[in-house]
Ligand binder design. Structure first.
Ligand SMILES: NC(=O)c1ccc[n+]([C@@H]2O[C@H](COP(=O)([O-])OP(=O)(O)OC[C@H]3O[C@@H](n4cnc5c(N)ncnc54)[C@H](OP(=O)(O)O)[C@@H]3O)[C@@H](O)[C@H]2O)c1
Length: 298
């Protein structure tokens, strides 16, 4: 394992959780002439980052002692790591914040949260003032993470921007296997409203969030064109040239689909993305599924 020396890895941008979205954001930043450093917890992720010209800082958010000399002073931190898979808190975010040197804090944290923090909204249009009411443990961990960040940042003199993100789709992240396996969907009339954003539009939103004047802002980061989940799977199946998934009633779904899928089916909302477009200034390249799928190679 490499030792983090701090000086070797100094950069104005630091990505925590540099997976699919992190790599897209890193590419945008590099195109804008910025150098990027990122946390990596494994040899495999280190290699991927090195190949992209990203400076590597070794550390595992699940092992707080490994988080040393993080090169964040005066920088923008993109925090994209998910909470751990269990529990009601985000111990990873807690470990990251605790590892920061109070004399060398970042300037801003751009945090990817999820629209799951709103819970079920009975299909209502939901803007950022809608009360958080997560109903899944996954949503509760996210709400806990948001609360922690939104308390820590002002107390530490650090700006924050929170993006509440629904389902991300794009090249390499279509539900191909699920559709090939013929996993059923809930028939259209029972299907909840769901929301999405194309991975490249989300990366652009993060890039803008790092630069916006809207410090402290919370933004629904969706394409603004919610449809039913069933409509999404049908669109993807048509795009892939595969048979559309069989449709079942919600009652049947409750007995046949797994708890993971069901937790998404029990939440219905339509995300209002006006602030994302008008305040953050995001011009969506893919404002709906059809335009997003058109450019997806998979
Ligand atoms: N999938 C969706 O539709 C969706 C919807 C809303 C929000 N989100 C959230 O959006 C964010 C970005 O998504 P993404 O697709 O870019 O995720 P991703 O590709 O899975 O990347 C997550 C990154 O976090 C890193 N990470 C996880 N646990 C870590 C730990 N203990 N220590 C250090 N690094 C750790 C992973 O490292 P390794 O490479 O070593 O695994 C990976 O690089 C995530 O928080 C995700 O939960 C996703």
């Amino acid at each position: 394992m490499l030792e983090n020396t701090g000086s070797e890895t100094e950069a104005s941008l630091f990505i925590v959780g540099c997976g699919d979205i992190g790599l897209r954001v890193a590419a945008l930043e590099q195109s804008a002439g910025r150098s990027v450093a990122a946390l990596a917890r494994s040899e495999a992720s280190s290699q991927t980052l090195a190949q992209r010209g990203i400076k590597i800082v070794l550390g595992d958010l699940d092992q707080p002692k490994t988080l040393r000399n993080l090169p964040v002073e005066g920088s923008v931190v993109y925090y994209f790591a998910p909470p751990p898979p269990e529990g009601f808190d985000d111990t990873r975010l807690a470990a990251f914040l605790a590892a920061l040197d109070q004399q060398a804090l970042p300037r801003r944290v751009v945090y990817i949260s999820t629209s799951g923090v709103y819970g079920d909204c009975n299909g209502a249009w939901v803007d950022e003032t809608w009360p958080r009411n997560p109903r899944s443990d996954r949503g509760r961990r996210r709400a806990a993470a948001e609360s922690r960040l939104l308390a820590w940042c002002p107390a530490s003199g650090v700006d924050s921007v929170v993006l509440r993100v629904p389902g991300i789709y794009g090249p390499g992240r279509l539900p191909v296997e699920r559709i090939r396996r013929g996993v059923p969907v809930v028939r259209v009339e029972d299907s909840p409203w769901s929301n999405r954003i194309h991975a490249d539009d989300l990366a652009n939103a993060c890039f803008l969030a790092a630069r916006s004047n809207g410090a402290g802002g919370i933004y629904n980061a969706s394409d603004g064109n919610p449809t039913t989940m069933t409509d999404y799977f049908n669109h993807v199946a048509d795009f892939l040239g595969l048979p559309r998934p069989p449709a079942i009633s919600m009652e049947e779904a409750r007995t046949t689909l797994g708890p993971g899928i069901l937790s998404f089916l029990e939440e219905s909302k339509r995300l209002d993305n006006r602030r994302l477009r008008e305040e953050l200034g995001l011009v969506l390249r893919y404002p709906d599924i059809a335009s997003g799928l058109e450019k997806c190679n998979w």
